[in-house]
Write a protein that binds this ligand. Structure first.
Ligand code: GLO
Ligand code: MG
Length: 346
């Protein structure tokens, strides 16, 4: 028997936000980006997830030396705060040159920008002592199917993975699938797509996935099965636990807040696989409600972490032998009855 995992938690600074949405502006005073890092430890988090420009703001306009100096400052700040950088992700959805995607854009100069930015992202990651690069392939998709050659798009994505693996022999790439938003249809909608690309790449051992609960739900899939699929291939680099109330815009609700049983099953699958034993983080990608006042708002982060840990307790206090017995007897009515009563504390 392995000892139970003592989970480590992470989130990205974008999870402390001012409440802007597509229909209205910020509703809370801005909280300085540099001051967010001091909030992590007191909230029970030790891992920081970064976009490249969270580490080096305005990086497109800096020289390589300026960029690396800023990264060195951030590395020292993290060490002072007792924090670990979990991953760095190239932000390829903001600049006008990414309006039609980066790696799959129809414009050669836009693709060149995306590649240049990706190399910078890798160099920044290494400079802060981090080996994981997350690719949330935000705009790699289409608004109308006829806009791009989808077969060529997949080839371009694969070429990008290979070029990244060649640029640095030690990095890992974690693909974060999402089926839609901001595009109508994304090219890498599920973990199956991500893992197929991993195996097609020049070094499959270094290409994994990051599964976000809400993204799986948006694809009409169960996040725990998506996680189990990645775990079966030893390809779950990290998770973005959160929740989603049906097929609508990406909600990033608190973990467990929309569907406790779906959340429990994610915890169950992670626990059963020993996720976290090799230092993997429990990442949260949760958005504070726009109605919430204050600056900074952080209750959603503390609450999601607490819900996760309470569900871990539920898993660990479950009568596993009873579950086995019901499975063997194929009495799934009894299994469900037991589990729902257990979740309800009955
Ligand atoms: C958006 C994604 C986004 C990514 C982040 C890291 O839907 O979930 O928040 O997780 O940019 O790449
Ligand atoms: Mg995410």
């Amino acid at each position: 028997m392995n000892p139970p995992v003592d989970y480590k938690f992470s989130f990205g600074p974008w999870n402390i936000s001012e409440g802007a949405d597509p229909f209205g502006p910020e509703v809370r005073p801005a909280f300085p980006h540099e001051e967010k890092f001091a909030l992590y430890r007191p909230l029970g988090f030790e891992g920081v997830q970064f976009h490249d420009d969270d580490v080096v703001p305005g990086l497109d306009d800096l020289s390589p030396d300026q960029m690396l100096n800023k990264a060195a400052e951030v590395k020292a700040m993290l060490a002072n705060q007792g924090l670990t950088p979990e991953f760095v992700a190239p932000r390829l959805w903001f600049d006008p040159r990414t309006v039609d995607g980066g790696y799959t854009s129809n414009s050669a100069s836009d693709r060149a920008y995306a590649w240049d930015r990706t190399k910078k992202c890798i160099d920044i990651a290494r400079a802060i002592g981090c080996k994981a690069i997350v690719l949330w392939l935000s705009r790699e998709g289409t608004y109308i199917r006829e806009a791009k050659d989808a077969r060529l798009a997949y080839q371009r994505l694969l070429e990008t993975l290979d070029a990244m693996l060649s640029h640095d022999a030690e990095i890992e790439i974690w693909i974060e699938p999402k089926p839609n938003e901001p595009t109508d249809q994304a090219y890498v909608p599920t973990i199956g797509h991500a893992i197929a690309l991993a195996y097609a790449s020049k070094d499959p051992t270094r290409v994994k996935g990051l599964i976000e609960s809400a993204h799986a739900l948006l694809a009409g899939l169960d996040p725990s099965d998506e996680m189990a699929f990645a775990l079966a291939h030893d390809k779950l680099g990290s998770v973005h636990l959160n929740d989603q109330n049906g097929l609508k815009y990406d909600q990033d609700k608190n973990f467990g807040a929309a569907n406790l049983r779906v959340a429990f099953n994610q915890v169950r699958v992670l626990e059963e696989a020993g996720y976290g034993r090799r230092g993997e983080f429990i990442g949260l990608d949760v958005k504070a409600m726009r109605t919430q006042a204050g600056s900074p708002v952080t209750a959603h982060l503390a609450n999601s972490r607490e819900f996760f840990l309470l569900l871990v307790e539920k898993y660990r206090s479950m009568d596993a032998s009873l579950v086995t017995q019901y499975r063997e007897a194929r009495d799934y009515e009894a299994l469900e009855h037991y589990l729902v009563r257990h979740l309800l504390g009955a």
